[in-house]
Design a protein around this ligand. Structure first.
Ligand code: NAG
Ligand code: NAG
Length: 333
């Protein structure tokens, strides 16, 4: 990196560059075997997901048929103009006897512990950004990845072994190998550059790209907010090593049959109403939580207790709570 670049990077914050960070809780909307992005119309989809956000989440979500920012009547997120849907795979514990138990999510220790599971969502900007257009959607990560080399093609899909709810060090690309006293945090950061034309692409990825040396590449010149998920998986009930595999390996497995963790991925469908997201980014909102209220005056918000009330019925009827002989859908180990 040139010295001038270093200097610029160091100086810009003092010159009042735009930098926003929306950080808020989105409670669990539903856990279901649906994937309207990768497997639209397929009931059930191959693997189980946890979904948060607006209650228009459905088997198919064609933006030309249904504008979720208008048809949703509630959101499990704290910002009430945000009817986006955010989802990830679901974690399972595989006991020594070979049976699986679903792992629950809990509220993030950053002040969102009142939430009914779900995940924390961030929108971050460093410099001016263009908010997503209606119908925008994207996927990051790949459930077929099983090696670190593959996982590293996405620089920020990571696991943190929580010693306490506030642990923010020791990021890794695969599952932690030992017990985690505070559970496991999974982070998913999406790319921040857009081709400026397509709200989706056949692989749901190639219309966006990661920056190169902090700049968006010429193929994807438009800076978009960084969407970032943090999910707290409550692995604490499974910390009894007598139930862990006899060979000493770690016992957690993603709902798509991945025991490595390298297949970590996330899905996003934009659904903010009107220009609410652009306004918040332009206002440099830094939405700290002040007594259960998010500090971003240009946006409307609700308490976590109210966000917890927004949920939908599962469409695929199958047991998700007992000890199971196989993963829902069988997995793809
Ligand atoms: C989900 O889609 C079905 C049609 O496939 C429709 O009948 C139903 O109203 C939709 N539900 C929601 C919550 O949008
Ligand atoms: C497997 O182990 C779990 C954890 O100890 C136990 O709850 C479950 O009943 C066992 N299942 C079978 C089929 O042995």
């Amino acid at each position: 990196m040139h010295l001038t670049t270093l200097l610029t990077a160091a100086i810009v914050p003092f010159l009042g560059v735009r930098a926003a960070m929306l950080r808020f809780s989105c409670s669990q909307l539903v856990v279901d075997r649906l994937d309207p992005l990768v497997n639209p119309g397929q009931v059930p989809s191959p693997h189980l997901h946890q979904i948060v956000g607006g209650n228009s989440f459905n088997v198919t979500m064609d933006p030309n048929v249904n504008d979720i920012s208008q048809t949703s009547t509630c959101t499990s997120c704290q910002f009430t103009e945000d009817f986006s849907n955010y989802w990830t795979a679901v974690l399972f514990f595989k006991a020594r006897n070979g049976t699986y138990k679903r792992v629950s999510t809990v509220g993030n220790g950053l002040g969102y512990s009142a939430s009914n599971g779900g995940q924390t969502v961030y929108y971050i900007s460093n410099g001016a950004v263009t908010a997503f257009k209606p119908g925008f959607r994207m996927v990051v990560g790949n459930p077929a990845f099983r090696t670190q080399a593959e996982a590293r093609t996405n620089p920020a899909l990571q696991f943190t072994c929580l010693a306490s709810p506030m642990t923010r060090s020791g990021y890794r690309y695969d599952f932690p190998t030992d017990t985690c006293a505070g559970g496991i945090m999974v982070t998913v950061r999406f790319p921040t550059c857009w081709d400026g034309k397509n709200t989706d692409s056949p692989d749901h990825q190639s219309h966006v790209a990661y920056p190169v040396n902090r700049n968006c590449p010429s193929t994807h010149p438009i800076k978009i907010p960084e969407v970032f998920y943090e999910t707290y998986w409550d692995t604490r009930p499974f910390n009894n090593k007598a139930l862990w595999p006899a060979d000493g390996s770690q016992p957690f497995v993603w709902s798509f049959g991945d025991k490595t963790g390298y297949g970590n991925h996330g899905d996003y469908i934009f659904g903010w109403r009107g220009d609410a997201l652009q306004r918040a980014m332009d206002a440099n909102c830094n939405s700290d939580l002040i007594q259960d209220k998010l500090n971003c005056p240009t946006l409307k918000s609700q308490t976590i207790v109210n966000a917890n009330k927004c949920s939908i019925q599962r469409k695929v009827k199958e047991d998700l709570d007992g000890w199971m002989k196989e993963l829902p859908g069988g997995g793809m180990e």
